[in-house]
Design a protein around this ligand. Structure first.
Ligand code: WTA
Length: 645
């Protein structure tokens, strides 16, 4: 198998880029020809950003699992689709061939059907990183159910909110999950989320940790029993292949919740055909994937990176995707390097936060590890600082592996701006050039294109995109207006990313970070309003304001300024109480790193909290607070500075 649409030179990149902009329909239909369709499209794209209404491969019919599995069986049945590395290095690795993946996904599709799941139903998946998670996701896609994977670190309350928002009726989970030295009691968290819930019809539970759990009569069933039954049913009918549902190109494939600047996470909806074409195209081009390469994306499938570059991108390309259950620092900080050595990984795709964390252990964890199989490295999730980039280049890539810095978002479905490994130039900390089909535009606050360069010859502004690429989000679940106001109304006729960026004389982009009230903590997006809402739930808290500050490992740390009606004489008790509350309401990932008790917050006369000032104080830039004349009570700033942690 080779990829006819793989860009092989810088010159070809420029030619393809130009074609994709001059005639998107011709360009994307020639890429889409390489997939398997039950019916081809009538038109390639219809769109307007006003509503917004975006359709790709209009009226085409397909099933994404036929593209990710069935079409590879003729030539690659015995080739590994997924290589699974367990949390505990002593446990056996599992290799899932395309033939086995086909069998498991077919069987699980039958299980879903037996349990009453139908096309269009929403299915919540809350599992650890095990192959069964892949079967669950792909099983949903095969029967046309919409999966909504929730990361294992979210709390019962967060799950309950998401279940309600998407009117979910079915859940797939595990008794527990292993992550490093911990067992996470997934089923117990689901049980808490379901207290009082009347809409959930079925919970399917896979046994992973043998943790004692309660199974509720009439609602909860065991994965293993259901799979055995489905296997017998399929065999009795001489079927090994559960038929794939015919899906419209624009049928929703999944919902994935992500944080914005308001208090409530949004359910980003991706559709089928455009998402498939884009994840495949970007996977093959950015990573310059060659058949047989072992691709290791270290993300969790609970985030978009796992959806697009552990599952759909690699599998649609007939690739081999390494899936890791554990964490980079357990049993020790050499775990990634052991995995690279053991499985002869060729492409490693990870996050700057993981690189910084591993850097902090020095070079000892690398000793004796053979990393010579590595050809290409990648990063995603947040801006990579130059120090981390150089460490990755020198100590992991041994200066021989191109590094791709891939910028994208949950809403974009796949990579939008990145160098192509070894094909287009790399520049440390710069995502560089847009993918074909992507037209970035930097605008000022009023939405005008930035044309004036700064003293360093750079254009700086808010990052927008002028036209849709195939995997742009289609809506936010149950609330299209929210999708419009969030992404398409800030600037007329533009998709607004929420990121700030600069552009140099070569047309390279560097993403500088969010310009809205969204934090990026260890590569995970969390809205400040969401954290404030959780803190404010704690008894005794009157008001709070949350900002980000530079954290040497997490990229951004969470700094909370909190006004309490009373603070325990042992302040740490009140602090721990707040941390517990945040963990309960959102999950441990949203716990503030620092909590400073204050008596007042800096506000404008109209009552708006001046976060700019709080951000500067948290960063320690107290000499340069900017204009404070609009503050209601300018003096409180001095107290806040005095109490800075
Ligand atoms: C940030 C993750 C700089 C950015 C795929 C974006 C990056 C947010 C990069 C999306 C990068 C992601 N350089 N910043 N290479 N990649 N970001 O939705 O602020 O979890 O808006 O998607 O991460 O985070 P999300």
């Amino acid at each position: 198998m080779s990829y006819t649409y793989q860009i092989k030179s810088l010159e070809q990149y420029h030619i393809d880029y130009k074609k994709s902009i001059d005639d998107p329909a011709a360009f994307w239909s020639s890429v889409a020809e390489n997939f398997s369709w039950q019916k081809k499209w009538d038109r390639v794209v219809d769109w307007n950003f006003k509503d917004p209404k975006i359709e790709w491969f209009v009226n085409a019919k397909l099933n994404i699992t036929e593209n990710c599995i069935d079409r590879h069986l003729a030539t690659m049945a015995d080739k590994p689709a997924i290589i699974w590395e367990p949390n505990n290095p002593e446990e056996r690795t599992r290799t899932v061939t395309y033939a086995h993946l086909h069998k498991m996904v077919s069987q699980f599709s039958q299980v879903l059907k037996n349990n009453g799941v139908k096309k269009g139903d929403r299915v919540c998946i809350y599992m650890g990183m095990i192959p069964e998670l892949a079967y669950a996701v792909l099983g949903c896609a095969r029967i046309g159910a919409i999966h909504s994977v929730i990361f294992g670190g979210f709390s019962a309350q967060s799950i309950a909110d998401r279940l309600e928002d998407a009117a979910v009726e079915f859940i797939i989970t595990c008794d527990g999950a292993y992550r490093g030295g911990k067992d996470i009691p997934l089923k117990a968290v689901i049980d808490d989320a379901l207290i009082g819930n009347k809409t959930i019809k079925r919970v399917i539970v896979y046994t992973r940790t043998r943790t004692l759990i309660s199974m509720i009569k009439g609602r909860d069933v065991w994965w293993e029993d259901e799979m055995d039954h489905a296997e017998r049913q399929l065999e009795a009918n001489d079927i090994i292949n559960f038929p794939a549902e015919e899906m419209d190109a624009e049928d929703p494939l999944f919902i994935l919740y992500t944080s914005g600047s308001t208090g409530k996470p949004k359910g980003v909806v991706h559709s089928t055909a455009g998402y498939m074409v884009w994840t495949n195209y970007t996977f093959v081009n950015v990573f310059q994937y060659k058949p047989g390469d072992i691709f290791f994306c270290t993300a969790d499938i609970g985030w978009i990176t796992g959806h697009s570059y552990i599952l759909y991108g690699p599998l649609s390309a007939g690739g081999t995707s390494l899936m890791f259950e554990g964490i980079p620092t357990w049993p020790d900080a050499g775990r990634f390097w052991d995995i690279v050595d053991k499985h002869k990984v060729n492409i490693l795709y990870t996050a700057p936060t993981a690189i910084r964390s591993l850097m902090s252990y020095g070079l000892a964890p690398l000793e004796g590890k053979d990393l010579s199989s590595l050809k290409i490295l990648g990063t995603v999730g947040e801006p990579i600082n130059e120090e981390a980039w150089h460490w990755y280049d020198e100590h992991i890539g041994k200066k021989k592996c191109p590094i791709v810095d891939t910028w994208w978002q949950t809403e974009t479905g796949g990579i939008l701006i990145s160098n192509l490994a070894g094909i287009t130039p790399a520049k440390p900390s710069w995502a560089t050039l847009p993918m074909p089909g992507v037209q970035p535009l930097l605008v000022d606050e009023s939405g005008k294109e930035v044309i004036k360069k700064d003293e360093n010859g750079l254009l700086k502004g808010n990052m927008c995109i002028k036209a849709p690429w195939p995997a742009i989000l289609r809506t936010t679940y149950g609330d299209h207006e929210r999708c419009r106001t969030n992404y398409f109304s800030t600037y007329e006729n533009l998709y607004f990313t929420g990121d700030g960026a600069m552009k140099n004389e070569n047309g390279f982009y560097r993403i500088t970070g969010r310009v809205d009230d969204v934090l990026n903590v260890s590569g995970h997006r969390i809205g400040t309003a969401e954290i404030e809402n959780a803190i404010n739930m704690h008894a005794g808290v009157i008001e709070s304001a949350v900002v980000g500050y530079w954290h040497h490992i997490k990229g951004q740390g969470i700094y909370a300024y909190v006004i309490c009606s009373h603070i325990h004489s042992d302040e740490s008790l009140t602090q721990n109480g707040i941390l517990q509350t945040v963990t309960r309401i959102i999950g441990a990932i949203a716990k503030p790193d620092k909590i400073q008790f204050v008596t007042a917050l800096p506000k404008t006369r109209s009552g708006k909290i001046m976060r700019r000032i709080l951000r500067k104080i948290a960063e320690g830039e107290t000499n340069n607070l900017g204009d404070t004349t609009t503050l209601l009570e300018p003096d409180i700033i001095y107290d806040i500075i005095k109490g800075k942690l």
